[in-house]
Structures are given as C-alpha cells and as structure tokens.
Write a protein that binds this ligand. Sequence first.
Ligand code: GLA
Length: 684
Amino acid sequence: MRIRILLSAFIATLLCLLAGLPTAHAESPPVGRAEIPAPTPNGLVATPPLGWNDWYSFYCEVNEQLILETADAMVSSGMRAAGYEYVNLDDCWSAQERNQDGELVGDPVKFPHGIKWLADQVHARGLKLGIYNDVGTETCAKYPGGYQHYTQDAKTFAGWGIDFVKVDWCNIPYADFPGMTKKEIATKLYGEYAAALANSGRRIVFSICTFEEVLNAWEWAPTLGNMWRTSTDYAANWPSILHNIDRQADLARYAGPGHWNDPDILQVGVTNGKLTHEQEKAHFATWAMLAAPLLAGNDLRTMTEERRQILTNTDLLAIDQDPLGHGASRISQNAGSDGRPAAEVWARPLANGDVAVLLLNRGNVPISIGTTSDAVGLPRALAYSAKDVWNGTTTQLGRQITAEVPATAAKVFRISARDANRVPPLTTASVTGRPLPDTTVVAVGAGDSVELTSTVTNSGRQGITDVRARLELPDGWAATALTSSSATILRGGDSMTTRWKVQAPAAQQPGDLAIGVAAEYRWHEQILRSAPSSTTVTIAEPPAAGVSRLEHLPRVFGQTGWGSLGIDSDYQAKPLVVDGIVHPHGFWAHATSTLAWYAPDCSRLTAGFGLADTAGAGRGEVRFTVHADGSEIFSSAQLHGGDPLGVVDVALPPGTKSVALIADGGSDVNYDHAVWTAPQLTCG
Ligand code: GLA
C-alpha cells in the first residue's frame, strides 16, 4: 500500500514535470485551523465591515445628495440585502474651521441639513454612516485634524449617531514627540483615539488609516482598532492591485473577528480605472479571500450590472464573512516563462471545515495553476467537491487541484471533503497555438493554416467516458484532427491532447478571431460538456516578396515596458542614437518589450540593437532576442547604455509563421532604453 502511494506520488510529480505544470518552489506549511479569537473590546465587526467609501470616485466632491443617492442605490442594487451596510464619508466633509466651541461641523454648503440629519436619513434606510478624521493637526486634504481634540470629536460623532470613523495619518506634529519613532507616535496617538471612542457613549467602528507602509500597523494596531491599512494608497490598475495583495501574503495571523487587515477601498468600477473585467473579478475575489473589509469605491448610482454582480457574489461574500475570520495566506508562488512571479495559490480555512482556494494568474498569458489538497490544508480524502464561485458549478476534484486560469485573473473554489462522489469530475478544455513568448498571439494569413493543440483534462477522481474534443470555429474555417480527438475513458488526473490543423478561408479579412474548444463526455448516465474556452488568432497580411523594413509592416503584437513605441525616433520624437551614432530607421522599444509580425515564406531577419544614449553610460540592462514562432533563435549578451551597436543576421527555420523582436529588461526597469535599428525581413 505504502509503496503504491509513493509510486503514485512519484508518477504525479513526473506527470507534472512532463506537462510543464508549475511545481511549487516555496511551499509554506498548510493553513492552520485557529480557535476563533475573542473580538476586540467594542464588540463590533465580528466579520469584516461591508460598505462603501467616496474617496476613489469623488475625492473632495462630496455632499449630502451624493450620500443619500448612494444609500438609495445600496438598497435598490441589492447590496444591502447582500450584507453591505456602511456608507462612509472620507476627507473634505467638514467646514474649514471648527465652531466657537472647538467642535467639528459639516461644511454648510455641502451638507446644508448637517451631519446628524444625514445620519438619521441613512439609518432610516437600514444602513450606517461612517465619517473621517485625522490624528494630526490637519487632514490629508487640509481640513481640521483631530489632534488635541480626540475626546471632543469622538463625542461629537457619537452625538450625531456616527457608526464608523476612519482616522488618517497626515500632518503629524512630530516636533511634539522628540526622541520617539514614527511607530511609537502612531501607537500613542491611535491609542488615545481608541480611548476617546471607547468613552464616547456610542459603539463606533475604528478604522486606522496607516497608509504609510513603514508603520507595519498589524504589529500594534490589532488591540486598538477594528481595521488598519496594510498598504499605501493605490489605483485601479493591475500592478497596484498586485502590490496590495503582496503586502498581505503573511498577515493573516494578525487579524480575526473584530480586527482586520485592510488592503484599502475596492477599485472595482472606479472612475478612470484601467482594470479589465477579469482583473476586477480577481481583485474582488482576493479581497474576499483576505477577509478584508469590502468598501466599494465606485459610483453605486451608475454601476453596471457586471460590476453589481461582482460586488454581490454570494459565494465570495460568504467567504469574506466566514465566522472563523481567518484570512488567506499565500501557499505558493511560481515564476512564469519570463522569470517573473506568475502562478500563485492562496488558501483559507472556513468555519464549517471547507477550505477556500484562490488560483491567481498574475501574468499576461493563460496558465494552468496547481496545488494539492494537503498543501491547502484539506482533511485527507480520496476526492473533494469544489464550488467555482464565478460560475456556481460544483464538481469533483482529486487530491491534485489544478485549473486553467486566464491571463491576469483568478479562480476561486470552495472545497469540501463532503459529497465528492455525487458531483461530476471537473473537466476542463483549453486550446492554444505556439504563441510568441509572453503573448497569446497566434498569427495566420487568409487561406493559410495554423496548428493548434487542444487539451481536455479530468481533474476529478472518477473516470469519464466517451470523451470528445470539438473545436468551435468561425464561419468558413475548417479543422482536421492530426491526432486522436476522442477517448473511450479519461481517468481522474489524466489529459487528452489533440493536434489540429486549422484552415482559414481565402476571403478572411485581417483582424482577431476566437477559436474555441469544448469537451463532451459521459459521466454515469449523464452526457456533459466542459465550460468552453478559446484562444485568439490574429489574421494578418504576409510581407511582399523581397526585402521589407519591419517599421513598414503591420505588427500582430506590440508592447513596450514603459512609455510608447517610437518608430524611427524615440518616444519623444527625438532621433535614435546608439553609441553616438544616429540611426534614421528602427524602433525605440523600452524593455521589457515584444514586437511581432506574421512572416510566412520568410528566410532571413537582420537588425541592429543596443541601448539608446539617453540611458547613460553603464546604465540600464537589456538582452535582445529574436523568436521564430515559439522558439528563441538568437540571443545577445546583456547590454548597457554606451555599449556599441550589436547586429543580428539569422536564417529563419523553414515553416516559420511569425517572428518577434524581444528586448528583455533587467531587474530594474529604469533606463532600459532598448533600440532596434533598421530591422529587415527577407521573404518569398
Ligand atoms: C489618505 C488616505 C486615503 C484618503 C485620503 C484623504 O491618502 O490614505 O484613503 O482618506 O487620505 O485625503
């Protein structure tokens, strides 16, 4: 028996390696099952607060109409029914001066009926009102701060019926605390504020806004406040979201019922944001996994249905609000093909014994992310049932937990050791070409064919039978299976791969098209279909016979690491100068950059490369590579600013369909001013 277990573990590892699945290089111990810690003294927020905050969508443009309309929208959108209750004012709500008694007052123009009236209105809608203050002399936006008024302000807020106060960390009078460190001052001031709230006569949620990361608030704030910021202010873009996630990788143990790590207000739907739908879903899912306070930051009055569904996802809210209050930890992090962290697994134990698992793909290409039931802390069992929080389906998993995760996206499963054999195995299908590195681009010309590979995986324990992979093609396209596209049985943990020749019609116009795949199979008496998934093919025109300058050919992909792509000049329209020599033709392509072209029937690529003199001598660090389809066919040494121009002159392997010029940056993106000079293709 033992030998069989060892043997199957060995085979599983071998299969992982063969299948190119990421193997963990940083496994932390399984998530522990903690006793439910005692709530903080004010007895509030036994689960993380749910609500809204005006800052990221309105900044100082706040008034009573906005708050009332937002409260109404919280009710009519179904958010109140989903558990949201706090409507929170941020900075800029008060008058510029305290009144003659030294009390804070609402800005009479923005809040003509006063804050107490507003609190009554919000309460009448079954909701709670939050407000904002600062431990320093002024708020961050230079309104009156609370310094030397904590007791008075706490009483004012209590008298108005305020339910939540966020207290900021701006304009601290450091000179009043000689010899004390920032952390000591923060502990003292927030401690005094906590005491003021405790003696205010009303139970008020205390949100400690320690946006300065050096304060490590989790080390001292849990005994003072109900929540504390773990990161600096951020924005609605993917790197910002990842920064805040990274800050929380090891902080779960500091939080629990009544006291929460706060990775900041949600960016879902925030104005001027640059998050895709998948990124907004991943952002919300991660915050729920972290047991974070969920304060929506968007305009609830105009929110799209798509965003309403994200914010009211019942399964994610149940994970966030789980009574155990044990936030997720990062179980593993693996690098993608470019060496940067890509695949992450986060897990958190839940009060009923289930475990919530988040598979996060940080990178730009879809990947398969895997872990095991042991690693995420599930009890030993032969199989598990797993609910996908986004599509609501429950399927069976074996001890290996693996799923395809789209680019910059996250999957979340709520996994249980109960009822596993009553649900069908998790069966996924995916399709891909041989894309250019760090892209999903597969280029094909009208009338030309391309080879794609589909994979159908059974991630359950039981087998599935009569399995068939089917491609879903646009009108006029045809596909021939080059290898078998069906299997009589696919056992738990097994995959079936099929190579396809896919033919584009001669009349196909240039542009992007989706090619999908789905698997049909039998499980017991049921005929089932996997969730569809697809890849994008880019239809492009081939270069003319002879020598073509790449600057003049349409690119199928182009991405620069910083700023915009420069053609025959740098990003500021200044000449391309490498090692003192001006180059009239080429690209300014700040690393890390990828430029790609469709290049069938081409035999040779030539180009010069180096760092622009704007980098400065010895600064920057770039490696220049050329790829034909999925393979590297040329690589330079690491070059720095001031190095002489390098030259590449390579033959393209027969059958090449596309070429890419890649400038790979060093660890520091500054000064990676990559330049390609006079790049040319010989074709026909
Ligand atoms: C700081 C906080 C923000 C917001 C602003 C208001 O930057 O971190 O959340 O409250 O102040 O000025």
